[in-house]
Design a protein around this ligand. Structure first.
Ligand SMILES: [Mn+2]
Length: 483
């Protein structure tokens, strides 16, 4: 994925000034490109409505272009931008900067003033963004400053999330867990808004694929398990069964071009075990996963993994499982399926019976989660529209060992405190399923939510339940008007 750097201008200034603008824009693009996770290419100094329209159309049709970064070094009359910006379908960042950090007090003359006009050129550009209700990220600051580069980096990741979202296919192996509300949702609305193609494949088709997996492939995969994880079971057959499921699911996902999937313990006809280790392994390699048929959290898990590629701290499907009300902590886990990218130490392969579901004891990876700041995120369908809720958390080393707990887990303190956060989460309708990420930030997900045009709610250290209640009420009115 690449980003295009564009300087807005006009012909008024003459060739010399435009040449300087082009040279400086290229210099800034190159410098930012080196300081951000994705390549930034200097594209053009645009000076006419036709150039701007062509640029927008080219950006739309270039699958490798994840967004535009625009800066007006000089004044670029904004009516020239209306047609182009009206058809633009890619993420947009307005960089408000200038080439020089300071005013050269002793040398400044009118030539300098006419060349360095971002202070008003970018205001003209900002007006048309506001007038068009254009979805945009505004970053103001000197282009060599770290804070500016960090903001551009974060937005790049959101834009990559946007591109990933628009091309995402999700396979549901079977249906949702029966009677559950929050894992439901409007798949047509999701595709219109977010781009996701969510389709179901019968569990029988997965079983058939599993039957076709050969013993050599399974043996090779089990060797890999032994290298990567601590083998803490004698039940090799249970582990082999998970290897068979992993290989079969991977083949189907590759064949379908899908990067996220779901399953549920209630829809496993013909299978001996719930895919635990198998689901964990696929998540580890970047696939999105949602338990109980939760396709929204599955897709979001993959998108957050794609956004944070290369950061390497970890992102997983997660569930608020149980509390320690004395310490104000949440214990997060799932029946089996927590992603090993968040493991603090080498995961152990264990086989234990499940209390529910009536299938054979499944193999799974067991570990403790990492320590550090993280977020948990939940996407819910409010009927006609979606809401993304993000909660800031701090993950801790569990205060006590939990020797009898046979699943991967992580313990966190939600901000501002457990009870306020739980109150606010419930008020906003957040699900029990979330994406937990040590790499993604609330800002990254907020920008993504803006790009796909859905509501964003952030519960953090300064959240007050009473205020949030009012905000949600007003926001609901605003979204109804918007539709
Ligand atoms: Mn669950």
């Amino acid at each position: 994925m690449k980003f295009w750097f564009v300087a807005g201008s006009q012909h008024l200034y003459g060739a010399d000034v435009l040449e300087t603008v082009a040279k400086r824009a290229a210099e800034i693009a190159e410098s930012l490109s080196e300081a951000t996770p994705f390549k930034i290419i200097y594209k053009a100094v645009v000076k006419t409505p036709d150039e701007i329209s062509k640029l927008a159309k080219d950006a739309n049709y270039d699958d490798g272009c994840a967004g535009l970064i625009v800066w007006c070094h000089t004044f670029s009359p904004s009516k020239m931008w209306i047609n182009g910006l009206s058809v633009l379908q890619k993420p947009y960042l307005h960089l408000h900067t200038q080439y020089n950090r300071s005013i050269p007090m002793n040398d400044i003359d009118m030539d300098f003033m006419n060349l360095n006009q971002a202070a008003h050129g970018d205001r003209e550009h900002g007006f048309i963004g506001a007038r068009l209700r254009l979805t945009r990220k505004i970053v103001a600051g000197y282009w060599e400053d770290a804070v500016v580069r960090e903001k551009i980096s974060s937005w790049q990741r959101s834009a990559v999330g946007f591109m990933t979202s628009k091309n995402l296919k999700v396979i549901r192996f079977g249906d949702n867990m029966r009677q559950v509300a929050v894992t439901e949702g409007d798949k047509v609305e999701a595709q219109i808004k977010l781009g996701w193609q969510v389709n179901t494949l019968g569990v029988g088709d997965l079983v058939q694929e599993m039957n076709g997996v050969c013993d050599d492939e399974i043996a090779e995969l089990v060797r890999e398990y032994k290298e990567k994880y601590t083998f803490a079971t004698d039940d090799t057959e249970a582990v082999k069964y998970q290897a068979r499921a992993e290989l079969a699911m991977q083949k189907i996902l590759e064949r379908e071009g899908a990067e996220a999937f779901t399953n549920t313990f209630e829809d496993l006809h013909g299978m001996k075990q719930l895919p635990g280790l198998a689901s964990q392994r696929l998540m580890e390699r970047g696939y999105g996963y949602g338990g109980e048929g939760d396709w929204k959290v599955s897709a979001l898990t993959h998108i957050v993994k794609a956004m944070t590629a290369g950061m390497n701290t970890g992102t997983s499907f997660m569930e608020d499982y149980t509390y320690d009300l004395e310490e104000g902590l949440t214990l997060g886990a799932h029946m089996l399926e927590v992603c090993p990218t968040i493991a603090a130490d080498k995961p152990r392969i264990e086989v234990h019976a499940l209390g529910i579901g009536g299938k054979e004891p499944p193999a799974r990876l067991v570990f403790e989660g990492k320590v550090g700041k993280a977020i948990v995120a939940s996407l819910v369908d409010l009927g006609g529209r979606m809401r993304l809720i993000v909660q800031d958390v701090e993950c801790f080393k569990p205060i006590h060992e939990m020797p009898k707990l046979p699943v991967a887990r992580v313990m966190w303190k939600p901000m501002p405190d457990l009870l306020t956060s739980a109150h606010c989460w419930i008020l906003a309708g957040g699900a029990h399923h979330t994406v937990l990420s040590y790499d993604a930030t609330a800002e990254m997900l907020e920008d993504w939510a803006n790009m796909v045009d859905i509501e964003f709610v952030h519960i953090n250290a300064s959240t007050i339940a009473e205020q949030l209640k009012k905000d949600l009420f007003l926001s609901d009115l605003a979204w109804r008007l918007k539709v």
